[in-house]
Write a protein that binds this ligand. Structure first.
Ligand code: PAF
Length: 296
């Protein structure tokens, strides 16, 4: 059929419309007959990075459920819970366009009708280092909401981005330890052409900070190239990266090169044998704290 401007449009509605549900009860009804469900948990304010996760979810071949919930449990008292962008309609439009089958967007009362006293507490060795050291209680809040989402959706697969590397490792371990029948799929980091990893928090950056931000990735890349070229002095490489960032006006919390598997320091023997490593950084520019990482 022709529109007035002569462009063609279909007379058929999209085959399946995205369902938007808010309560766990509605969610149960919406997913009851779905097969091979892939869950993509998000806190909304969706950007291209999230949409690439939806695409990966679609590639799994079954139904896609995306959750949008800003989870108070994972925010510290001085963090940005109240100001965290809530962009429901824009998120719903993007998810529908990406072909998501069900959007689960609970209110706080829907998700936590009574105070969430039962929690999932990941081990200190994984949860109280790096992000967990700088954000006490963060991974307890993440693991608890993810477990609740898993129980509510009962997905076959769940997608987590490598951008939040420590989160991915903690969820993987949680799934192993509770023997949950869920396949965790890791999605590559979505970067702009300048190397800057997509993040909801990039929206907080001023024009000048946005121009500086790609140097976070570039600084990591310098260290990665040196490790790949055979430099095993990881302490010196971490210090060099910290110094570079400080000199550029960043306040780095950490730069660390560690084992991919448990985020602990490799032994000299493991380094010599080519243990899979990852370099992780958290640093603040202006008042915005960014994280990034590269697998080595
Ligand atoms: O990565 C996030 O956006 C959140 O930590 C998650 C996994 C949705 C849990 O609130």
């Amino acid at each position: 059929m022709l529109r007035e401007d002569n462009s063609v449009f279909s007379t058929h509605p999209p085959e399946t419309e995205m369902k938007i549900v808010h309560t766990i009860e509605e969610l149960h009804a919406a997913v009851r007959d779905l097969k091979n469900i892939t869950l993509v948990p998000t806190m909304g304010n969706l950007h291209d990075g999230h949409i690439s996760l939806m695409r990966l979810a679609k590639q799994q071949g079954g139904a896609v459920v995306a959750s949008v919930f800003v989870n108070r449990l994972q925010f510290g008292p001085n963090e940005d819970f109240d100001t965290y962008p809530r962009t429901f309609q824009a998120d719903a439009d993007k998810l529908e366009k990406a072909g998501v089958d069900v959007m689960f967007a609970p209110s706080e009362k829907d998700m936590y009708p009574v105070p969430q006293e039962y929690r999932v507490t990941p081990p200190d060795s994984l949860a109280n280092i790096l992000e967990g050291y700088f954000r006490p209680g963060f991974f307890n809040g993440v693991a608890t909401v993810v477990m609740k989402l898993f129980c509510a959706v009962r997905p076959d697969n769940a997608i987590f981005g490598k951008k939040d590397y420590q989160q991915l490792m903690i969820i993987r371990r949680m799934v192993e330890q509770f023997a949950l029948p869920i396949k965790i799929i890791a999605a590559e980091i979505h970067r702009g052409e300048n190397g800057l990893a997509m993040s909801s928090r990039n929206g907080y950056l001023s024009k000048e900070e946005l121009a500086e931000a790609p140097n976070l990735y570039k600084t990591l890349k310098v260290a990665v190239d040196k490790v790949r070229a055979g430099n095993k002095d990881i302490d010196a490489l971490e210090k060099e990266a910290m110094d570079t960032l400080k000199a550029r006006g960043w306040k780095p919390d950490y730069v660390t090169i560690c084992r991919q598997y448990n985020l602990q320091k490799p032994t000299a023997e493991e380094l010599a044998k080519g243990e899979p490593l990852v370099i992780l950084v958290a640093a603040t520019i202006g008042s915005t704290r960014l994280i990034d990482n590269i697998e080595i």
